[in-house]
Structure formats: C-alpha cells, structure tokens
Design a protein around this ligand. Structure first.
Ligand SMILES: [Zn+2]
Length: 226
C-alpha cells in the first residue's frame, strides 16, 4: 500500500462513519499510518466527511509536528499522536460519537465482558476514560493510558475510540464497541446482563487462542498457492 491508498482508506472510513450513523456532521476523527512509519495522516478539523479530498488530510510526525497539508488537523491530533507513540503495532485510529457508546460514556460506566464477542476482542471490560475537555492534552493522556493494553475505550461524556493494526480493524473495533454498548443498554433494561465468571473468560480466551481463525500458511505453501 502507498500513501495515496492510505489516504483513500481514511476517506472511505469517514464515509462509512457518516453513512452508518457512528458520527454526524463533522464529529469524530480518523487517522492511519503505514506500518513502521514515523508519521500518520489525520482528518482535517471541522470538514464534512463527504467533502474531504486526499489533499485535505494532514500529515503529522510522531513529535506532533505537521509535516504536510494545507488544512488544520483535527483538534484531537494529540489523542491520535499519543496512541501511535504508545503502540508501534497500531496503524489506525477511529474516534466516534456514536449513540449507544455515548450514552454509556455519559453515565461513566464500563461495559462489562458479558458477551463472548467482548471477551474475544477486549479480554475484559471496555473501560471508560476519565473526563477531560475535547481537544485537551489531558483527554489524550486519559485515553492513552487506557489504550496501553486494549484496542478500545469509551471517553466520559463524549464518545468512543477503536484502534487496530489496520484502519479496517480500528473501524471494526469502533463498530463492536457500539454494538456492545447497545446490547448492554438493552440487557440493562431487562434486569442487567449475567456476568461471565473469570474462569469462563479465561477458558474462552484460551480456546480462541488455540482454535480461532485460519491456520497461517507456511511460506512454501503460500508460494505454491499463488
Ligand atoms: Zn470527539
């Protein structure tokens, strides 16, 4: 993948966010980098997603300096920067203001690991980071500390963040958080979800680690199959 394709992916994910209601207007923001790069591209501040062109994306280095772009970057630049500084394997960050995630975040509640899909993706609860003003270094730090070991977090009174080793994975995580939040609210209406025990969680994680997904092809098999 080259930089132009990466920019295309960011624009594509922006359209997905707006078309599926995970953000509205100019809310939320997206960034991505190529694996191993010492920079990332981020969406511009306050521009409608359907108007964003490749040249509107802003390139930022890992010290937070703008190294390319004519636009002002998202006000949450430091939030994205902190994640890339902390996790070198992470290449995509999606920040949403989705309805159900925002509702749980407004109540400053963690989403417990009451669904197998939450266990599989997060290995425990989806936590809520302490409140801080949007665009502040404190918000960036609160989120970064929660994302040191997990790929998703709620932001108190604000929204959610999904991150991943690709931008597609980051989007998937943001979608999963929204579904978990929605299910949590519905289950709470019905009297509250039955929590999984730590033994059940450990058993599931152990099983998935051994059995989930396709076996990786050896290099020889891979070249034979091409
Ligand atoms: Zn936001």
């Amino acid at each position: 993948m080259d930089e132009l394709e990466l920019k295309g992916q960011i624009i594509e994910v922006g359209l997905t966010l707006i078309n599926t209601g995970l953000v509205e207007g100019t809310g939320g923001n997206i960034s991505a980098r190529l694996p191993g790069a010492q920079w990332f591209y981020i969406t511009p501040s306050g521009m409608p997603y359907h108007e964003i062109e490749p040249d509107d994306l802003v390139k930022v280095d890992l010290q937070g300096k703008i190294i390319e772009g004519k636009r002002k970057p998202s006000i949450e630049k430091d939030l994205h920067l902190g994640i890339y500084q902390e996790r070198e394997e992470i290449n995509g960050v999606v920040h949403t203001h989705s309805l159900y995630s925002s509702a749980v975040a407004a109540c400053r509640r963690n989403i417990p690991p009451f669904l197998d899909s939450i266990v599989a993706a997060f290995g425990g609860p989806i936590e809520v980071a302490d409140y801080a003003r949007p665009g502040s270094r404190e918000l960036a730090e609160n989120a970064r500390s929660k994302l040191a070991v997990k790929n998703g977090v709620l932001l108190a009174n604000h929204g959610a963040i999904g991150i991943g080793c690709t931008l597609a994975k980051a989007l998937e995580t943001a979608q999963l958080i929204e579904k978990a939040a929605k299910t949590f609210i519905f289950a709470s209406v019905l009297g509250g979800p039955i929590p999984l025990s730590s033994a059940e969680i450990a058993d599931e994680l152990n099983f998935l680690a051994k059995n989930y997904g396709q076996k990786k092809l050896s290099l020889q098999q891979d070249s034979e199959n091409r």
